[in-house]
Write a protein that binds this ligand. Structure first.
Ligand code: THU
Length: 137
């Protein structure tokens, strides 16, 4: 992917961040996932008064794409307003591992700093369906 298209994905995540519903934490997160065919799906975190039913921006983007039939993801940009770039939470790491394993993950902030990483680095020795089919009884 070209530098321009990475920048476009980050900008799209940044715009999605502004649609966050985060009245309890005031911590706004935007995400944008790109499919192998080049389509972009966005997400922002949506908080519930129950707190526990809150959903992160990353998962909203991935759920939207999966529910539209997408299965093949190449890039995932995540934007938050933090000096130290915000990585996906543990729950999102599991979902990225299961559904967007090959996506390049791009972390970014409002100052335009970016860092690339992979889910393999973020979630070593992950659990997934392979273990379900390998069990002994
Ligand atoms: N959050 C995300 O949307 N993504 C992350 O990677 C980290 C956390 C949200 C969840 C909650 O709405 C707020 O940020 C504070 O945890």
């Amino acid at each position: 992917m070209s530098e321009d298209s990475l920048q476009e994905l980050i900008e799209t995540a940044k715009t999605a961040r502004l649609r966050s519903i985060a009245p309890f934490s005031n911590f706004l997160v935007g995400a944008a996932v790109r499919t192998a065919e080049g389509k972009i799906y966005t997400g922002s975190n949506i908080e519930s008064a129950s707190y526990g039913l809150t959903v992160c921006g990353e998962r909203v983007a991935i759920w939207k794409a999966l529910s539209e039939g997408e299965r093949d993801f190449v890039e995932l940009a995540i934007v938050a307003d933090t000096e130290s770039l915000t990585p996906p939470c543990g729950t999102c790491r599991q979902i990225i591992w299961e559904f967007a394993k090959h996506a390049k993950i791009i972390l970014s902030n409002l100052q335009g700093e970016t860092q690339e990483c992979s889910i393999k680095e973020l979630l070593p020795r992950a659990f997934d369906a392979r273990f379900l089919s390998a069990h002994k009884d």
